[in-house]
Design a protein around this ligand. Structure first.
Ligand SMILES: Cc1ncc(COP(=O)(O)O)c(C=O)c1O
Length: 413
């Protein structure tokens, strides 16, 4: 148990900056040192209070929208449990994710399975758990549901390319809007129920314009399906994509969602709207702590070799194109351009090759902020450098202090 640090009050502004959203993840220097002394390094410190705060903030910005936390950015038992207690819904994409929510006692009717391409075993595992809503985007996938047509229903994923999003997820999945009616017709012929439409505008969306375009197009498709005498589409899944500030500020979530709310209000009243946020809930909820394990002077600069890097928690710099705010715990001393490298023998494993730092010593600690999403989840044990150990804070809302504990075995560590 660590002492509860004073909370800085959160300022609502028209942009979110990394500093503001760090609010709850702030640990004092002494607390960070104590964590490393107790649990070793590298660490990923997940703050469930911040998970709750992010969930509630997004829920307030999108009232009436059922938020299904997408497990992929941070598939962690403590995060699932705290969102379960918040009354959240869940978005699953693999059998591993099914197992994780099941282990946390999440009711299957609160879950949907949204991977557009599935093995038969994936479908069966999810059905056995009790999930009944799946996603498909092409005829072959729809045909897989013929044998399950009495137990499963589908959302059709529609493609809206998003060249301005940091990760354009419609490159790989989704049918063209003009193909939707034909697919519903095919499903009807096969006896498979299509319940609604879904889309994902791309992760870390830069502005809400793509959502507006997609909601408008889906609204038109819902009307066209009705006119064509096809079964009514009564679910619209607006996906994830909600942005967070890394090294650059982004729109506040309230400003971001305002035009989305206005567009959703034009949908017919019978349409239930759901969303699949991942990054927005997970990213600000964790910090990564690593240690300098060696240093070398090269070409007039200090290179610091950490025990975590691009093959570990910083994997998101490669896969997710994120640039995390990173700083040294040591602040005294003149700052010089320096290099922060990961521990592996690969020369690509450099976190930052031009960061201003005071001179560091072996054992000094480095803190990466905004590191809850697509970081630990995509980390590897390459070169036998183990993934960061997860430590969970404020697991229960009523925790009198900062409850810090080791990760449960069930979540893999
Ligand atoms: C189907 C699906 N839903 C939701 C998400 C979560 O998106 P985000 O983290 O941008 O909110 C993803 C991310 O890859 C996804 O593929």
């Amino acid at each position: 148990m660590l002492p509860r640090a004073a909370r800085r009050s959160s300022v609502v502004s028209s942009t979110q900056s990394a500093d503001l959203s760090l609010d709850a993840a702030v640990l004092s220097e002494a607390e960070i040192r104590e964590l490393v002394a107790r649990f070793g390094s590298p660490l990923l410190v997940v703050d469930c209070d911040q998970v709750r705060r992010q969930y509630r903030t997004l829920q307030a910005a999108l009232p009436g929208v059922d938020l299904h936390y997408a497990l992929k950015p941070l598939p962690h038992a403590a995060v699932v449990a705290c969102l379960r207690d918040e009354g959240a819904f869940f978005d699953l994409a693999t059998t591993g994710e099914v197992e994780l929510v099941k282990a946390q006692g999440v009711a299957p009717e609160r879950c949907i399975h949204t991977h557009p391409i599935k093995r038969d075993s994936d479908i069966r595992d999810a059905l056995r758990y009790g999930v009944t809503t799946f996603v498909a985007d092409n005829p072959e996938e729809i045909k897989k549901f013929v044998r399950y047509r009495k137990r499963a229903e589908l959302l059709l994923r529609v493609c809206f390319r998003s060249p301005t999003a940091v990760c354009d997820l419609s490159r790989k999945f989704g049918c063209e809007p003009r193909a939707v009616l034909e697919l519903i017709e095919l499903a009807r012929r096969l006896g498979v129920r299509v319940r609604g439409l879904s889309f994902h505008v791309g992760s870390q969306a830069t502005d809400p314009a793509k959502y507006i375009e997609a909601i408008r197009a889906c609204n038109d498709l819902i009307a066209e399906a009705l006119l064509a005498g096809l079964p009514a589409l009564d679910v619209l899944d607006i996906g994830g994509g909600f942005p967070v500030p890394y090294s650059e500020a982004v729109m506040s979530i309230e400003s971001f969602c305002r035009p989305i709310r206005a567009e959703l209000a034009r949908l017919p009243a019978h349409v239930r709207v759901i969303a699949e946020p991942g990054r927005f809930i997970a990213a600000p909820s964790a910090i990564a702590i690593s240690s300098v394990m060696g240093k070398a002077r090269r070409d007039g600069r200090w290179w610091y070799y950490l025990d975590d890097g691009l093959y570990g928690s910083y994997s998101g710099q490669l896969f997710d194109h994120a640039k995390y705010p990173v700083s040294a715990l040591r602040t005294e001393g003149e700052r010089h351009p320096s290099v922060l490298a990961g521990p592996t023998c690969d020369s690509i494993d450099v976190i930052d090759d031009n960061i201003l730092l005071p001179e560091l010593e072996v054992g000094d600690l480095i803190v990466g902020r905004m590191m809850g999403a697509y970081t630990w989840a995509s980390a590897t044990d390459f070169n036998f450098f183990k993934r960061a150990r997860v430590v969970v804070m404020n697991e229960h809302p009523a925790a009198a202090g900062r409850v810090v504990r080791l990760e449960r075995k069930a979540a893999g560590h």
